[in-house]
Write a protein that binds this ligand. Structure first.
Ligand code: HEM
Length: 153
């Protein structure tokens, strides 16, 4: 839920593009063949019509019923795109992120540095303009599997 809410508010890919192969009608819009459509992932993720008045708030609980039920439209959450060209790395990316968070939280207490400035910006991908400095404090008793092994052990 936390990863999904993070991907909703800060989708690394802020948009994707599709080109109409044939003339098509979308709602009351007539789209001629070869038109390129920009799908504004970031804007859809922040649209209060889909997400409610707290659309700008970090609220992981909105994903409690699953990603398809988090908004009023099942396709309002598309951090990995949609359809036949959606991200092939989705499962790997989510697995890596969950593992990283789990391993870090077993060993450290994390808090944002006072130097952190919230300034998301786009340079190809969405990223923190001034970085995301985090203060790590080792937990006093990490789990046994977290002990450090040296090369001569
Ligand atoms: C949080 C991590 C990631 C995000 C948010 C992300 C997001 C996206 C998005 C939005 C698209 C365009 C999908 C569309 O137009 O429908 C895409 C395509 C793609 N992604 Fe990712 N991606 C991530 C990680 C990865 C990883 C780890 C890999 C590879 C190991 C990967 C490989 C690809 C490839 C190959 C495509 C092109 C797929 C195609 O055109 O058929 N991505 N990704």
């Amino acid at each position: 839920m936390i990863l999904n809410e993070t991907l909703r508010l800060y989708p690394p890919a802020v948009a994707t593009i599709r080109r109409a192969k044939v003339d098509v009608t979308l709602g009351d819009l007539a789209i001629p063949r070869d038109t390129e459509l920009l799908i504004p992932i970031m804007a859809i993720h922040h649209d209060a019509r889909f997400w409610g008045p707290d659309a700008a708030q970090f609220n992981p609980g909105r994903f409690a019923g699953g990603a398809a039920r988090a908004a009023t439209h099942p396709l309002a959450f598309i951090p990995f795109g949609l359809g036949s060209r959606m991200c092939v790395g989705q499962n790997l990316a989510l697995l890596e992120a969950k593992l990283t968070v789990a391993v870090l939280l077993q060993r450290f207490e994390l808090r944002p540095s006072p130097k952190y400035v919230h300034a998301p910006t786009v340079l190809m991908l969405l990223h923190p303009q001034y970085g995301a400095p985090v203060i790590f404090r080792p937990l006093s008793s990490p789990p046994p599997s977290a002990s450090v092994h040296t090369s001569d052990e």
